[in-house]
Design a protein around this ligand. Sequence first.
Ligand SMILES: Cc1ncc(COP(=O)(O)O)c(C=O)c1O
Length: 379
Amino acid sequence: MNHHANRIYLDYNATTPLAPEVAAAMRPYLFEGFGNPSSGHWAGRPAREAVEAARSKVAALLSCEASRIVFTSGGTEANNHAIKGVFFARRAASHPPHVIASRIEHPAVLEPCRFLQRLGAEVTLLPVDGTGLVDPDAVRHAIRPGTLLISIMHANNEVGTIEPIAEIAAIARERGVMFHTDAAQTVGKVPVDVGELSVDLVSVAGHKLYGPKGVGALYVREGVELEPLLHGAGHESGRRASTENVLGIVGLGAACEVAQRWIGDTSVKEHRDDFWGRLSDKLGDRAVLNGHPERRLPNTLNVSFRGLRGGDILARIPQIAASTGSACHTESAHPSPVLEAMGVPADVALGAIRFSLGRTTTRDEIDYVVEQLGQVLGA
Ligand SMILES: Cc1ncc(COP(=O)(O)O)c(C=O)c1O
């Protein structure tokens, strides 16, 4: 795909296009399926059925019961709901309330934590090692009597490092602390089984798994007390007021169904490894891999080009869509805070480009990108 004028998209961690099956599933809800799911008449009933069918599909991908899924407006809202929801439900029980997260969380976790700090919570941001891993022992040592919540992402969006979530969640469970994981980057790419991970709260973002933008989900384990973010009518069993985004929810359900077929597919990882192998052959130690060499999202390749600026390289190959750092900070001349937290020296961090591959990425596209990078770098 994207062979138009050699335009190549390698920014699938920023967002993905709709899978064709997703677009097809959504189409009727743009038109005749317009009813309000809360209406009991002929127009409302099919919309309710569609929302509930989608809930079952999201639940199937996460291996949980459908009733555990709350639909949200995206990954950001799911994170806000989890973090603020636990805080407002449980803060009275702890003096002062304390939250633990990692330094490499997405702003959609870091900023809600900062907000809670303004409300009197204490926040511990744990360091990571040079590969981006959080040490479960550091989590254990950070827990105190007032700790309400631990939030550690499943995989990092910039470097792709996959955190030891099951281990950390077991520690949280043992100490009676709620555990949330932002799985925006893993759902649809690697298996996410909420029971196996033994987590309390999991955030999902539709547009990262070939579903629509503006829709997501929060898994809430049975018995977890959460204050809603949106108070109003009783939608989502009182957990999130507002008439359901039927179109988006149907798309998210379809995306989760399609994703089941892709989990275990190895072609994306093969292309990614081939890409890195050829880049490092061409550039030697001028190209540095950022992130964990193995415990990493199968589609993600974050490379620093030593002595250069990632943004300058991308400016010379504008037909190739990739990013420096995350999509949120493309204009910035500062090193990525994620790479900084990993201890990557500033001059190396400034040379970083994140390539993130997708289901339709081809060998030809990788060949072309390697050749273009070689030209820019004079190799
Ligand atoms: C790890 C992570 N969390 C949260 C988000 C936010 O999701 P959304 O854009 O659906 O709000 C993103 C992507 O933008 C992400 O990569």
